[in-house]
Write a protein that binds this ligand. Structure first.
Ligand code: K1U
Ligand code: ZN
Length: 187
C-alpha cells in the first residue's frame, strides 16, 4: 500500500485532471483493489472521510469512504467518545438511482480544497447502486453524513468540486484562501 499525492485546486495541471469526467471500470480485480487500498491509506493519512480516485490522479469511477462509524473499540475514558474500529466502504461504478426532494445542508470540506469549509445543500436521502471491494453488486439507501459524502464524492466523478456549487463570490474566496494556505505551508 502507498500514500498517493492528492491533487489540489490551486494547481492548473491538477485542476485539469480534477475537472475530467471519470471513466467506468471494467470490473473489480487485484489491480483495482490495490488502487482502493492506496486510496484508503491516503484518505486516512490526510485525514479525510472520503476520496475519489480522480483526486489521486486516476480518473476512474471509484470511491473510498470511512465515516468513523465503526464499532466502538474498548473502554472510553470518562467524558470521551470510545475509539472506533475502521469501517472502510468501497464504491465501484456507483450510481444514484433516487434522490429525495427534501434537502439537507452540511458544512463540507474537500482534500482537494484544503482547509476551506462551506455549506452546501443536497438531497437528504439517496438510493445507491455500486460494486463493493469483492465486485458484488450492492443497492442501499442512505441519509445523514453518508448521503452528503457519497454525493460529494460522486460529484468528483463528474469533474465537479463542492466549491462549484457555491456563489461566484464564495468560490473565489475559497480559491484565494487555499492558495494562501498552500503558499504559507510551502514557505
Ligand atoms: O476530498 C474529499 O472528497 C474528502 C472530504 C469528504 C467530505 C467531507 C465533508 C463533507 C463532504 C465530503 C473530506 O474528508 S474533507 C476532511 C473532513 O471532512 C474530515 C477530516 C478529518 C476528520 C473528519 C472530517
Ligand atoms: Zn472532495
Amino acid at each position: 500500500m502507498a500514500i498517493r499525492r492528492i491533487l489540489t485546486c490551486d494547481n492548473a495541471a491538477d485542476m485539469a485532471v480534477l475537472k475530467s469526467v471519470s471513466a467506468p471500470v471494467e470490473g473489480v480485480d487485484d489491480d483495482l483493489r490495490a488502487l482502493m487500498d492506496d486510496m484508503l491509506e491516503t484518505m486516512y493519512a490526510a485525514p479525510g472521510i472520503g476520496l475519489a480516485a480522480v483526486q489521486v490522479g486516476e480518473p476512474k469511477r471509484v470511491i473510498v469512504m470511512d465515516l468513523g462509524d465503526g464499532e466502538p473499540e474498548g473502554e472510553a475514558a470518562e467524558g470521551e467518545e470510545p475509539a472506533r474500529r475502521p469501517n472502510p466502504r468501497y464504491f465501484v461504478n456507483p450510481e444514484i438511482t433516487w434522490r429525495s426532494d427534501e434537502l439537507f445542508a452540511y458544512e463540507e470540506g474537500c482534500l482537494s480544497v484544503p482547509e476551506y469549509y462551506d455549506e452546501v445543500s443536497r438531497p437528504a436521502r439517496v438510493r445507491l447502486r455500486y460494486l463493493d471491494y469483492q465486485g458484488r453488486p450492492v443497492e442501499e439507501e442512505c441519509d445523514g453524513l453518508y448521503a452528503v459524502c457519497i454525493q460529494h464524492e460522486m460529484d468528483h466523478l463528474e469533474g465537479v468540486l463542492f466549491i462549484d456549487r457555491l456563489s461566484r463570490l464564495r468560490r473565489d474566496r475559497a480559491l484565494n484562501k487555499v492558495r494562501k494556505v498552500l503558499r504559507d505551508k510551502a514557505a
